[in-house]
Design a protein around this ligand. Structure first.
Ligand SMILES: [Zn+2]
Length: 396
């Protein structure tokens, strides 16, 4: 974690009215770097603060319309932070142009070439301490801000993001690679998402908003195979939450994508949830995989309210939002989708008498845990962060 709790609390108290306009240039992936222009508007009480931006080159900065000279930029930027001193109290606008490196470990703007067909995908799933590798920002949960995104991409690609598409630059739209998205409600920096590539997309409208499921082009047949169930699960969960919560769905679209290079099991990015594409199995989906996936869909959708609309102040509260989403995920998978089988059974219920050891026991009774599925979390990074990831089941 690059930011201390003390720094975060000081900055949250100091700043207000934060807004971002972010323009990404994802063309020319062969250069190893992508372009990013961030316009940040904010108000400061102290007049001195800093933005985060990791490993930027070719940096150009302007403050309140005045460009900084090369020496001033070099003095202000240390490779991770852009120090803004002597701004003076009040409202300011900072524009930062930079080139940033693509990554291949999922922590940043992840670049992936599909070995199945040679297609390229560029995606940022972000998460804790990663947004600053994608755009210049105040990278902490309690400085939520509306974000307006534009993307320049390969004209053959589709681009997915948090906000509803307002300009389609893909093959089905303008065809020029210029995409624009509606301004989001205030979102934490860790919940920003961009997925660009030749996605195989299935879209529809439900409850007055656009929905979609997306997967790599090489997984088109697998997505189509499971689409009816994925769509039915999505709609059933969505309608169930709409009835359960007084607060309406807080965002303007709901896309879900099976993506490559995702380090989390799934990530609840507002309006555009991403799942490890292992959750779209090749060939066939087993009953156990279908049950686990239904629970995950319900879990991530719960986060639209608890985690995205209402967001923890600091990472120490991750346990609360994950506990809530786990509870809601199992409950809604059962109540709305009929997947009660995915709900964990309390120890001992109907399966064992509770007696330990190998001595005699009641007829038909097994030792505690005998034959019970044991699960362990896959992905230590996800576990450390307290996020849910798909259980891998094994028999003991
Ligand atoms: Zn979760």
């Amino acid at each position: 974690m690059s930011l201390t709790l003390e720094e975060a609390r000081h900055r949250a108290a100091d700043l207000s009215a934060v807004e971002y306009d972010v323009a990404l240039d994802l063309r020319g992936t062969g250069s190893g770097r992508f372009g990013c222009r961030t316009t940040v508007r904010f108000a400061t009480a102290s007049g001195t603060t800093f933005l985060e931006l990791t490993a930027a080159t070719d940096l150009a900065v302007s403050v309140d319309g005045t460009g900084l000279g090369a020496d001033a930029v070099a003095a202000a930027y240390d490779g991770r932070r852009l120090h803004l001193v002597d701004l003076g109290p009040g409202a300011h606008e900072v524009v930062v142009d930079a080139l940033l490196p693509y990554v291949t470990d999922g922590d940043g703007m992840h670049l992936m070439t599909d070995p199945a067909d040679g297609a390229t995908y560029v995606s940022a799933y972000v998460g804790m301490d990663v947004a600053q590798k994608v755009f210049c920002c105040f990278d902490q949960n309690d400085l939520k801000a509306p974000l307006t995104l534009t993307v320049a991409a390969d004209p053959a690609w589709t681009v997915l993001a948090n906000g509803r598409t307002t300009r389609d630059g893909g093959p089905g739209g303008a065809g020029d690679g210029a995409w624009a998205f509606a301004t989001t409600p205030p979102v934490p920096t860790a919940m920003v998402v961009v997925c660009a590539g030749p996605w195989h997309s299935r879209t529809w409208e439900h409850a007055g908003i656009p929905f979609g499921w997306h997967a790599r082009a090489s997984l088109a047949a697998d997505l189509d195979r499971d689409l009816d169930e994925l769509r039915a699960t999505t709609e059933a969960c969505f309608d169930h939450y709409a009835g359960l919560f007084d607060e309406p769905y807080p965002f303007d679209s709901f896309d879900q994508a099976f993506v490559p290079g995702q380090n989390w099991g799934a990530l609840e990015t507002p309006g555009c949830v991403t799942y490890r594409d292992e959750m779209l199995p090749r060939g066939r989906t087993t009953e156990a995989q279908r049950g686990a996936r239904t629970t995950t869909i319900a879990h991530e959708m719960a986060h639209m309210w608890f985690g995205d609309l209402v967001t923890m102040t600091w990472w120490e509260d991750t346990w609360l939002q994950e506990s809530f989403a786990d509870y809601m995920g199992y409950r809604v998978a059962a109540d709305a989708c009929g997947r009660a089988d995915a709900r964990p059974q309390p120890p001992g219920r109907g399966r064992a008498c509770g007696r330990r050891g190998s001595g005699p026991r009641a007829p038909g009774c097994r030792r505690p845990g005998a034959g019970r599925r044991r699960t362990r979390r896959r992905g230590c990074r996800a576990r450390r962060a307290g996020r849910w990831c798909p259980p891998r089941t094994r028999r003991r």
